[in-house]
Design a protein around this ligand. Sequence first.
Ligand SMILES: CC(C)(COP(=O)(O)OP(=O)(O)OC[C@H]1O[C@@H](n2cnc3c(N)ncnc32)[C@H](O)[C@@H]1OP(=O)(O)O)[C@@H](O)C(=O)NCCC(=O)NCCS
Length: 249
Amino acid sequence: MSQLPVSWLCESFEAGEFSPALSAWPHPAFVRALKQRPHPGPLPVGEGAEAEDGIAFLSENELKILAGLRFEKRRREWLMGRWTAKKLLTVQLGCAPRELSIEPEAGGAPVVWRAGERVPGCLSISHRGDRATAAWADVLGMQVGVDLELVGEANPAWMVDYLTEAEWGLCEGQGIGWPYLVWSAKEAVLKSLRTGLRVDTREIEALPGEGELDGWRRLDVRSGLLKGDCWVGWRSDGGYLLTMAVLKN
Ligand SMILES: CC(C)(COP(=O)(O)OP(=O)(O)OC[C@H]1O[C@@H](n2cnc3c(N)ncnc32)[C@H](O)[C@@H]1OP(=O)(O)O)[C@@H](O)C(=O)NCCC(=O)NCCS
């Protein structure tokens, strides 16, 4: 692959303010495209009319989904993800945010609908802390998975059961972020497969790779679950790791 066949966006939402700002992460060409189009508007900041204005970017079905989310943290994450995905998709598809409806299929993976029809392509969403990211692949046979992780404590003991011996063995040499990077890569791959965390994460092994593509550093990923080619890359910013898996069937 000489060019990333995926469009993507990572947004930073200031703590407590819900004020989305363009992060430095998107590809410069994409930032230019975004600036030429209105974004979906602010996220809701409180209750009442102001908050209702803030969710004007949601479709009717999305409003129903939101009404069913009881916990504030989940509502916030879900909104950040929808906002970021719609900002990305309205540029890619040239339409207004409310024309699109992003709804989960049976396994939880997001699907994009427009005027009652499924938009061909693969969308992936991740949210962590104050950031959300979305990636979109519209090439036939291509699937994408993205994952955001925050680097935490060194040698997180809980991960021993989820990493392979080879992955765990690299913790010393690769630095504090390594286990989080490996975990994130596994999640990205599982999202590209549209299965999510329903399999043993040791069925996927991520090891340091060589080379860089559009600012993404390569990881070598092996797994019997992968039937086609799988490219996995990562980048970091402000304590966050962003990992992307692109699967070609
Ligand atoms: C998908 C999954 C890997 C997400 O991991 P996470 O780190 O907690 O959360 P992230 O913010 O990175 O990703 C969440 C997004 O993944 C997407 N997603 C959910 N299930 C997915 C699936 N099967 N395939 C691809 N993407 C999926 C959704 O868009 C979701 O965001 P949304 O619900 O707000 O739209 C994980 O939640 C999962 O596997 N869930 C399904 C199985 C399950 O519920 N297992 C119990 C926990 S072990």
